[in-house]
Structures are given as C-alpha cells and as structure tokens.
Design a binder for this molecule. Structure first.
Ligand code: NAP
Ligand code: MG
Length: 487
C-alpha cells in the first residue's frame, strides 16, 4: 500500500486488525480519474465478510479490550491516530490524490482535516457526560451517555479520508466498535488509515473495513441484524434504501445526503470578498462536494456586475491532474463525466447560456475524466440546473427581486444542506439567514466541507442527523437513565 505502483493489489478486507482476502475471492478494479485507467484493485467484500466484520465489532464492543478502555484511554488512541496521520501526510495525500484525481493541495488539506477529526474527537472523548434529574423523595436519578454498540458507516468517494475521520471519529470516541463500507471508486486511504490505527494501538475489532460494491457489501452491512446504528453519507436514492434497512431492524440512522446549496448575494454585498469564495465553493473538488454552493441567487440590480466578475474569475480556472495542482481535478469516473456533460447538453438544448467558463489545462493525461468549470445564467427557476444536484463544477446563476423573493428562491429546492448570505446590512443578513432552511448558514463566508467543530447535516431531502462537532457524540451515543431508590 505504501508504494504507488502502477497496479497494486490492496490487501483485502480488514477485520480484527488483520487483512484477509474477501470471501468471494473477487477483486474490483480501481481507476485513477486523472488518467482514466486502472491503477489498483480492491477486495470485493460481500455478505460473508460483512458478517465476520460485525462479529469482530460486536466482540470488541462488549467483551474485547476495546470495551474495557476508559473514555480517556479511547481519546488518547484517537489522538495518537491524529498524530500518525499527520506524520504520514504526504504518503496519504498522494494516495488520496491518485485515487480521487484531486489536486495535491486539496488532497493535503483533506489529510490535514482527517487528522484534525481524530484530534478533535480524541480531546472530546472524556468530556461527554450525563446529568442528574430531580425526582421523587428517596430517589437518585443519574443519566449516562452510552454507545450504541456496533455502528455501521457507509461513505462516498468524494472525500474518502475526511469522511473516514468524520464518521468513525465520534463513534469511536464514545465507545462504539465500527464497520466501514467505503465507496468502491475511492477507498484506498480509508484502508491505509485503518492499518495506521492498528499500528497506534487500537484493539482488535474497533475498526473493521469491508470494501466492495454498494449493492453487495453496502446492502449486506445496512441490513445486518446485529448492527445498532447506521451512519450513511451518499445519494438521496441510496439513502432511502439505508433508511428502509434501518427501519427493518428498528435501529437509528443518520443520513447525510445531497444538496443544491444557495449563495444569496444582495446588491450591498462586498463583491470583492464574495466572488472568489463563491467560485471556489463550486469548483473545489471539481464540484463533487455535497455542500457545494451550486446556486447563485443575485439581486437583479447587481446581476450583470456579478456575472462579469465571475466571467473574469472563471477565465483563469484550469482543471488538471493532481501533480499539475491547478484549481480542480477531473471528476471521479466516466459515468460522472457523462452526467455533468448531460447537464451541459440539456442547458444548450434549452438555450440556457454559459456566462463564464474555465478550461481543461493543456497536457492533461489522455483518458482522464476532465470537465471544464462552467457558470450558466440566467437559469430559469424550474430548470434542472437550478433544481438538481450536478455534482460537478457547474454554477447556476438566478436573479431575484427582493428579500422575500430571495428567501423563497433559496428555499425553493428539495434540499436544505447549506447556504451563504452575502450582505453588508447585518440585520438583513441575519433575518434572511434565520429564514433559510439549511443545516448550516454562513453569513459573508462559506465553508464547503470545512469546520470540524461545526455541527453539519441536512434539512428536507438533504437528510437528517448531525455529524461533526460535539453534536456528533450525541448521535453516536444514546441516553440511559438510572432510577435508584434509597432510604
Ligand atoms: P451513493 O451512490 O449513494 O454511494 C454512497 C455509498 O453508498 C457508497 O459507499 C456506495 O457504495 C454505497 N451504496 C451504494 N448502493 C448501496 C446499497 N444498495 N446499499 C448500501 N450501500 C450502498 O453516492 P455517491 O454517488 O457515491 O456520492 C454522491 C452523493 O453523496 C451526492 O448526492 C452527494 O451530495 C452525497 N454526499 C453527501 C455528503 C453529506 O455530508 N451530506 C457528503 C458527501 C457526499 P459504492 O460506491 O461502492 O457503490
Ligand atoms: Mg479511484
């Protein structure tokens, strides 16, 4: 795993701190999106591997060394993993960049964030505590936060290293044992991170990883009768399957789904500050960020000004390979490239104009999945560019007339993940921010993917439950009340 050989065989499924081949004996080809060719293979885990991983986790959660650690000891292990990730940052960033195609600077930022998740939750592990409740005379009633037990984590390919830290960091901090099903398109860093976790001393069974196809390993994990909670990040469609599987076992789940997050730009906004941030939030990670600011709602009187500034900004943007380290990389695979191009084709068929555009850099490897970053405007309100998540570097600009119109437009999609309000009128910015339905609303800023400390998650079809921040510790634990009678 340490060498980026042209074709490397990942070691298998990771259970009880050891690698084993998948029970199926099959492997899955892994593509380097920057080159459009296979550079690795991963094990194709199936139901048998999931079952072994859940058994290992169950033992770790209830009887094994993991279950006997104090909160402080768990926190120390998480902190040690944070340091190990930082110590291996360059190796991990190269692996992440090769697997996802993202520019090296983005991959380095992602690895730093993965480390930071373990640092944050390492420090938080022994700070979660219960309360005491006043009750009848002669009773003492303390509450205690207890882990669910075995938590299942199904994550996407867009930020594999970050997602790994974000989802298992809080779960481990409160004492769950985990089984992770990473995405088949990009899961090499999670596999390597699990290995690092074993090296820093995580006991057997605390972290188990079963790579494989969603419909095989993912479906088997979400339906397994002996898991206690599911944390899912991915598409709204698969989210329905996950929630259905959770319902059948009567367990809880968090769903972190898609978005069509708006920037709301009023005429009094500081455009010098706003435009670079707005451009970056849809271009970062080639737009494959759930919280990408992919809709730009602009007060009509500054529409032309905003579009002309975007035009200047996008003209300098370039897509390239990780090593070229430009503004964005390729998208993840051929299917995603086709998806983005189908939005381009639909816009062209419907006469929706391109108002700003960057380029694919000269000299990118042939066969890579590159698309140019684009801005379309004015996009009709019901057009798919204004309503559907593209998951590519595509920004839709829509003019609005007044504050009420801006709020209606901001809330006018099925999603509610994030929003950014841009105005120098503080009262208005706060008023609008409080009316927009989204899990996070920024004012004069926007942090797609950022903020380990900040509770994050959706409203409406962007999902439910909160990850990140201290709040995640509540999601990954449950409350137990002891009612004690005494004389
Ligand atoms: P996806 O197809 O839903 O995949 C997400 C995960 O689910 C992958 O590990 C996938 O495995 C697995 N999966 C697929 N089918 C499954 C099934 N039948 N049962 C159980 N698991 C299954 O999503 P994606 O296309 O990779 O990711 C893009 C979506 O994720 C976008 O909508 C984006 O907005 C959302 N997202 C949300 C957040 C957030 O925090 N809100 C963050 C990142 C991404 P395979 O890949 O191996 O098939
Ligand atoms: Mg890949």
């Amino acid at each position: 795993m340490n060498e980026l050989n042209p074709v490397m065989l990942a070691k298998g499924v990771f259970i009880n701190n050891a690698w084993r081949p998948a029970a199926s004996g099959r492997v899955i080809d892994v593509y380097a999106p920057a080159e459009g060719r296979v550079f690795a293979q991963i094990a194709a885990g199936t139901a048998a591997d999931v079952d072994a991983a859940v058994k290992a986790a169950r033992h770790a959660a209830e009887e094994g060394a993991w279950s006997r650690l104090t909160a402080t000891e768990r926190g120390r292990l998480l902190s040690r993993l944070a340091v190990a990730i930082a110590d291996h940052a360059e190796e991990l960033a190269k692996l992440e960049a090769r697997d996802t195609g993202k520019p090296m600077k983005q991959a380095r930022a992602d690895i730093a964030a993965a480390s930071r998740y373990f640092e944050f939750y390492g420090g938080a592990a022994d700070k979660l505590h219960g309360e005491t409740i006043p009750f009848l005379a002669g009773y003492f009633v303390p509450t205690e936060r207890v882990p669910h037990g075995v938590t299942a984590h199904i994550i996407p390919w867009n930020y594999p290293a970050q997602m790994f830290g974000r989802t298992i960091g809080p779960a481990l901090a409160v004492g769950n044992a985990t089984v992770i099903k990473p995405a088949e398109d990009a899961c090499l860093t999670p596999l390597r991170l699990a290995e690092l976790a074993a090296e820093v001393g995580f006991p057997d069974g605390a972290i188990n990883i079963v790579p494989g196809l969603g419909e095989e390993a993912g479906a088997a994990l979400s339906a397994h009768p002996d898991i206690d909670f599911i944390a899912f990040t991915g598409s709204p469609e698969v989210g329905i399957l996950i929630q259905t599987a959770a319902a059948k076992n009567h367990i809880g789940c968090t769903l972190e789904l898609g978005g069509k997050s708006p920037h709301v730009v009023f005429a009094d906004a500081d455009l010098d500050a706003a435009i670079p941030v707005i451009a970056n939030t849809v271009v970062q990670n080639a737009g494959q960020t759930c919280s990408a600011g992919s809709r730009l709602l602009v007060e009509r009187k500054v529409y032309e000004e905003v579009v002309s500034r975007l035009n200047a900004r996008f003209a300098s943007l370039r897509a390239g390979s990780p090593e070229m380290d430009l503004d964005l990389g390729p998208v993840i695979n051929a299917k995603q490239k086709e998806r983005v191009e189908s939005f381009f084709a639909k816009a062209s068929a419907d006469d929706v104009g391109v108002v700003a555009e960057g380029l694919v850099a000269e000299g990118v490897p042939a066969g890579g999945f590159y698309v140019p970053p684009r801005v379309y405007g004015p996009v009709p309100r019901s057009h798919i560019l204004a309503t559907q998540e593209v998951f590519g570097p595509v920004l839709a600009v829509l003019p609005f007339d007044d504050e009420a119109d801006a709020i209606a437009l901001a809330n006018g999609t099925e999603f509610g993940l994030m929003a950014g309000i841009w105005s120098t009128n503080a009262s208005r910015a706060i008023r609008v921010a409080r009316k927009v339905k989204a899990g996070q609303v920024y004012v004069n800023a926007y942090g797609a993917g950022g903020g380990i400390e900040l509770p994050f998650g959706g409203m409406k079809k962007s999902g439910h439950g909160r990850e990140k921040g201290f709040e995640a510790l509540y999601e990954f634990s449950t409350l137990k009340t002891l009612i004690i009678k005494h004389d």
